[in-house]
Write a protein that binds this ligand. Structure first.
Ligand code: S3P
Length: 421
């Protein structure tokens, strides 16, 4: 296989976290919101569908959307279950929203989502007054019975933007003050968007406090490119033999740039230009050149800012022939798949040296050319991480069920082909 050369520019699709939130918050606003550049993927469609089931006026997802808001408590009791598909963000954020409405909703999802833990949102929302009924353990299907909630001061003992956002949304629709303290700061898109809609939300270190608001002004938002999707191309360009890749309009929210920092710590060559601020989020253009990469250790303090990029980091280490140790990341076991076990199993299947740790993994230098079949177990980010490894020269890797990327990045394979020659 010819040496990998990268060239061109990619504008990866809109940020998934911001896209989910833009639909939810637009529904709660008074008046018409404008959302440009929303991510049209299966996960975001799940949020749109669930909100429509509760009476929201959300048109088909498109690059220029106008969404009529219903006000803070305008949603209606659903007559069908809310189908959350594969999306943890849909489930946990909408659990918070439903908890503060005077009705019940049943949440359903696919096999992967049904295995994921919901106690983390059920606990604080139950404390606020809602009721949760589970049929098996603390997974889906679940029914949330909403009421007028009371105020809460909650210590999550972890960093989870989904839990934090569920509590913020519950407080918002019940018009009560809520305070959430995390072990370290998780992504703060909900807070930024709420502030832009006129809500008094204050971040102080790892703590956030939302004060009651009577109304939300409509959103006027252009969704920046998703840093978690851009990460695949940062990795690809770093591992190439020659060329240069440009990634436009990437969201550079400080809670999301852990992967860029990690690649730089390994010796990567990433430059940021065209810095701007869009709808309360920092953005910029990344220019990435190939560079020799070195060993890396990731510990719990690093994890929240690159949690979704850890499978990719493992593939980067294998391709670069360096040592990587990830600890403090047990959360990976309850993502769309058990990402520790699925990454290690697949790295070994293609000839890399990798070991599971209870709360992370280790990749050790070994072969530099990999071949075999990868089974991502239906997990979009694992399919794309190994997609990058498969594009590196010398590797012959087949990925089973590649269409699973539609969960977050439907055009991934086309973009990969376009820039990797
Ligand atoms: C997300 C938060 C993170 C992340 C997920 C999206 C969000 O999950 O892994 O892909 O949009 O709030 P946790 O909150 O469980 O860490």
């Amino acid at each position: 296989m010819a040496p990998l050369r990268v060239a061109g520019a990619v504008r990866v699709p809109g940020d998934k976290s911001i896209s989910h939130r833009s639909l939810i918050l637009a529904c709660l606003a008074e008046g018409e919101s404008r959302v440009a550049g929303i991510l049209d993927s299966e996960d975001v469609r799940s949020t749109a569908g669930a909100l429509r089931t509760m009476g929201a006026n959300i048109p088909e997802l498109s690059s220029e959307m106008r969404i009529g808001g219903l006000g803070l408590r305008g949603l209606r009791p659903p007559t069908l279950a809310l189908d959350c598909g594969n999306s943890g963000t849909t489930t946990r954020l909408l659990a918070g929203l439903v908890a503060g409405h005077p009705f019940a909703a049943r949440f359903e999802g696919d096999a992967s989502l049904s295995r994921r833990p919901m106690k983390r949102v059920a606990e604080p929302l139950t404390y606020m007054g809602a009721q949760f009924d589970f049929e098996h353990g603390d997974g889906l299907p679940m029914t949330v019975h909403g009421v007028d909630l009371r105020s809460i001061d909650w210590d999550t003992k972890s960093a989870s933007a989904q839990v934090k956002s569920a509590i913020l949304l519950a407080g918002l629709v019940s018009e009560v003050e809520v305070r959430v303290t995390e072990s370290s700061r998780s992504r703060d898109h909900t807070e930024r968007m709420l502030r832009s809609m006129g809500v008094d939300v204050e971040n102080d270190g790892n703590q956030v406090c939302l004060r009651p608001a009577r109304r939300l002004t409509p959103l006027d938002l252009a969704v920046p490119a998703d840093p978690s999707s851009a990460a695949f191309f940062v990795a690809l360009a770093s591992l190439a033999e020659s060329g240069e890749l440009q990634l436009d309009d990437v969201c550079l929210n400080p809670t999301r740039i852990g992967f860029i920092s990690a690649i730089k710590r390994m010796g990567g060559d990433i430059r940021v230009t065209a810095r701007a601020t869009e709808g309360g989020e920092e953005t910029g253009t990344l220019t990435v050149h190939p560079a020799p990469l070195g060993n890396l250790r990731i510990t719990s303090a690093d994890v929240p800012s690159l949690i979704d990029e850890l499978p990719l980091l493992a593939c980067v280490a294998a391709a670069a022939g360096v040592e990587l140790e990830i600890t403090g990341a047990a959360e990976l076991r309850v993502k769309e798949s058990d990402r520790i076990s699925v990454v290690v199993r697949n790295l070994r299947a293609v000839g890399a040296k990798a070991d599971e740790l209870p709360d992370g993994l280790r990749v050790r230098p070994g072969a530099r050319e990999f071949s075999g079949i990868v089974d991502p177990q239906g997990d979009h980010r694992i399919a794309m991480a190994f997609g990058v490894l498969s594009a590196v020269s010398g590797n012959r890797i087949e990925i089973r069920n590649p269409d699973v990327v539609a969960v977050s990045y439907p055009g991934f394979w086309e973009d990969l082909k376009r820039v990797a020659a």
